[in-house]
Design a protein around this ligand. Structure first.
Ligand code: NAP
Ligand code: 8YV
Length: 323
């Protein structure tokens, strides 16, 4: 590794607290985007870490000769080619746990907004329509009597399930491997779960194995009273199939915090009244984003001082080589 304080590259934008804290320990350097063409020969040899809130492609990693670690802002690291990093011996870290409860809280808000149309009701009041036209229309949907299926029962899935339990509704889940010690009804297939429930909450990572798994067939299985909530990744849902299903009443409603092509949301989807849409705010409180920023920097500090990252992803279980 080059001499002196480790150089940490920040490609593009990142949370401000990361930028504030990096100079306490490192020499931060910046490029405008994740683009190998922007990497000068000096950066190619001088950079030993990357802090990122976004994507890191394989060809971007390949632009560096001494890159040891990529610290990702977010628990989901679908933007970072971790398999490629693993093959190259580069450690990737993410930000688990510190956002779990916040994202679970947001999910409950989105679920209630979707089923009870609370944002639309507030808009009605703010627009003066309560005074002019009277009471807001009764919500066609209710949470009462629903059966909720969690697609994903990891850290955040479990935190959501615990909250949903308190609503007194039945809980089912689908994962590849059943989670030990849970009283919820397990389904080995997503289709089996979709047939058994009327509400699906998606909280799986955005991977090849989850890509577009919420498709037309699953939406038909969910049924006409069905509600889909997605707080995982947009890539998990076939957005065209979902839009079509919402238009034709194949399912009753959807609440989405994540989208296929963020920050762009399809006009067709936006035009629908039976959807509740949030701009990817699952973890977006000041306190939680601060905790995520700290974990990004603390991972880098731990790597360069102790040789072990705090929260490496499973694809890169490395310790630092001395030198
Ligand atoms: P986690 O603890 O790793 O849990 C992931 C869960 O997904 C596990 O239960 C896993 O079970 C399941 N899973 C993975 N692949 C699957 C597949 N192909 N089929 C069925 N189940 C599958 O992750 P987490 O901390 O709960 O976070 C989950 C995801 O939430 C993140 O990766 C991120 O994309 C998203 N997220 C979104 C926001 C937001 O702002 N909207 C915020 C934070 C996180 P098995 O391995 O047994 O299948
Ligand atoms: C962040 C998230 O908003 O942690 C995740 O996986 O989706 C969110 O908490 C995002 O990663 C920051 O860009």
């Amino acid at each position: 590794m080059p001499q002196g304080r480790p150089r940490i590259l920040v490609p593009g934008k990142i949370n401000k607290r990361v930028l504030d804290r990096l100079p306490d320990h490192f020499e931060p350097v910046f490029v405008a985007a994740v683009d190998p063409a922007l990497i000068t020969p000096e950066l190619a040899t001088g950079v030993s870490g990357i802090a990122v809130q976004g994507k890191v492609s394989a060809d971007f990693m390949d632009a560096f000769r001494n890159l040891e670690i990529i610290a990702n802002f977010g628990v989901g690291y679908d933007g970072v080619d971790a398999a490629h990093a693993g093959r190259k011996g580069i450690t990737v870290t993410n930000t688990p746990d510190v956002l779990t409860e916040e994202v679970a809280d947001t999910t409950i808000g989105l679920l209630l907004n979707t089923v009870r149309q609370l944002p639309q009701a507030e808009n009605w009041l703010r627009a003066g329509r309560w005074v002019r036209e009277g009471a807001f229309a009764l919500s066609p949907l209710t949470l009462r009597g629903r059966t909720v299926g969690l697609y994903g029962m990891g850290r955040i899935g479990l935190a959501i399930a615990k909250r949903v339990e308190s609503f007194g509704v039945a809980i089912h889940y689908h994962t590849r491997t059943p989670r030990e010690g849970l009283a919820y009804t397990y389904h080995p297939t997503l289709k089996g779960m979709a047939e058994a429930v009327d509400t699906i909450i998606v909280i799986v990572p955005g991977t090849e194995s989850t890509a577009k798994t919420i498709n037309a067939e699953i939406l038909v299985a969910l049924g006409a009273n069905g509600v889909l909530i997605n707080v995982g990744r947009g890539s998990t849902v076939d957005e065209a199939a979902l839009t079509d299903a919402l238009k034709r009443g194949v399912i009753a409603g959807a609440g989405l915090d994540v989208f296929e092509n963020e920050p762009h949301v399809g006009e067709d989807l936006m035009a629908l009244e039976n959807v509740s849409l949030l701009p990817h705010v699952g973890s977006a409180s000041q306190a939680t984003r601060d905790a995520m920023a700290d974990l990004v920097v603390d991972n880098l500090v731990a790597w360069f001082t102790t040789g072990k990252a705090l929260t490496p992803v499973p694809e890169t279980p490395f310790t630092r080589k001395a030198g």
